[in-house]
Write a protein that binds this ligand. Structure first.
Ligand code: GLU
Length: 390
């Protein structure tokens, strides 16, 4: 396969997995980092902006502190991250510095991409760094992140950052060299897939089981990252970083899977809604409402069957069809308590039920993003429910 020209992209986010940067026994893999810095400097010289999402804080801190392989308690991994992050940032700064490049450390927590105000703030900081030709070196702020309030994997974090910054390419470097029809370690007959046109349910199935604590950083989270990226118009590459200078390897035609961006990306505001990692609630709808949403209409209370979760007006909710498939995500116009009261209520009766004059839509069409284009629902028909018939 001929290589992929990374310098033809304008703004590239490169995510580096912990195992590439840190050796359990010897600590930071300096030579590897140095060669990657050469790659990054070359791209920058060609006019491409580069953002780095670097994992490895916890792994490095664990080595420095001599904590071995044992499972760490939350406060131990937070402490390990504190020790590891300072060394990691120093190493990035000196390796990029060899090329005359300035780097800036950015540590984010889940709220920095999930809450609108903080999202705009984080975006402003990173965009200022880019304007100053500095390389943002980003990681999750693991010293304060708890298991409930964290991304947990840098694949999705990198996708959120790449789309937040309007990047056109995300490169995930890890010990996985691309997507296969099945997990290759379990199925020797698994075939490599060089290009993915769209992340369909069939492609998602190739990633193995649902996301869980154990699959963190595995193919499933990489495909989740791919969904976040491609919907927003950002291409994604999964490639192995095991060799030195992996970005050059991709350009020379080394093994990699390219996920093409959606030809009809949603605009920034909707991208932000669609990429929300943890919807605050779930709204179950009936077939009539599903048809309305597929035609681009708003979700009215009359078509709502179920309301789950604790949310406030303006929070993101997932909208699910009668068989439990996620249809889309949107910002809800009501607090949970009121949403429950008006579920199934016709528009004309809402004011009577609530005692005040309220919005007609539960989720307005402007605040709503479908998970997949309406045409694709045809291929997801389930027995007895033709969701696209009029
Ligand atoms: N943020 C974690 C760290 O720097 C890594 C998360 C991941 O491996 O995806 O140690």
């Amino acid at each position: 396969m001929s290589g992929i020209s990374l310098s033809s992209y304008r703004r590239v986010t490169v995510k580096i997995g912990s195992a590439l940067l840190v050796d359990r026994a010897t600590g930071l893999k300096r030579e590897w980092l140095s060669a990657l810095a050469d790659d990054i400097a070359r791209l920058m010289a060609a006019g491409t902006e580069v953002l780095v999402v670097s994992s490895g804080a916890i792994a490095l801190g664990r080595t420095v502190l001599g904590l071995g392989k044992r499972i760490l308690r939350l406060e131990e991994s937070q402490a390990a991250a504190a020790v590891g992050q300072i060394a990691l940032a120093g190493a990035w700064s000196s390796e990029l510095g060899r090329h005359g490049l300035v780097s800036g450390q950015v540590l984010v927590t889940l709220g920095d991409t999930e809450e609108r105000r903080r999202y705009l703030n984080a975006r402003a900081t990173i965009s200022t760094l880019l304007k100053m030709r500095a390389v943002p070196v980003i990681n999750e702020n693991d010293t304060v992140a708890t298991s409930e309030i964290r991304y947990g994997d840098n694949d999705r974090l990198a996708a959120r950052v790449a789309t937040m910054m309007g990047g056109d390419l995300l490169v995930l470097l890890s010990d996985v060299d691309g997507l296969y029809t099945a997990p290759p370690e379990r199925d020797p007959g698994a075939k490599f897939i060089p290009v993915v046109e769209a992340i369909t349910p069939e492609i998602m199935a190739m990633g193995g089981g649902a996301a869980s604590e154990l699959s963190r950083g595995g193919m499933r989270t990489k495909l989740d990252a791919g969904r976040i990226a491609t919907v927003a118009g950002t291409a994604m590459i999964i490639a192995s970083g095991k060799e030195l200078a992996p970005l050059s390897a991709i350009e020379r035609g080394g093994r990699a899977t390219l996920f093409k961006p959606s030809p009809t990306p949603v605009r920034a505001y909707k991208t932000w809604i669609a990429g929300q990692l943890e919807p605050a609630g779930r709204i179950g709808i009936d077939d009539g409402a599903l048809r309305a949403l597929l035609q681009g209409k708003s979700l009215l209370p009359a078509g709502v069957k179920r309301v789950e979760g604790v949310f406030s007006r303006g929070d993101t909710v997932a909208i699910v069809d009668p068989v439990g498939r996620e249809v889309g995500r949107g910002l809800i116009a009501y607090d949970a308590a009121d949403a429950v009261k008006i579920a199934g209520v016709k528009t004309g009766d809402i004011a009577g039920v609530l005692g005040y004059e309220a919005r007609a839509a539960m989720v307005h069409r402007d605040d709503l993003v479908l998970s997949r284009p309406a045409e694709e629902w045809e291929s997801c028909k389930v027995e007895g429910t033709d969701v696209t018939s009029a």
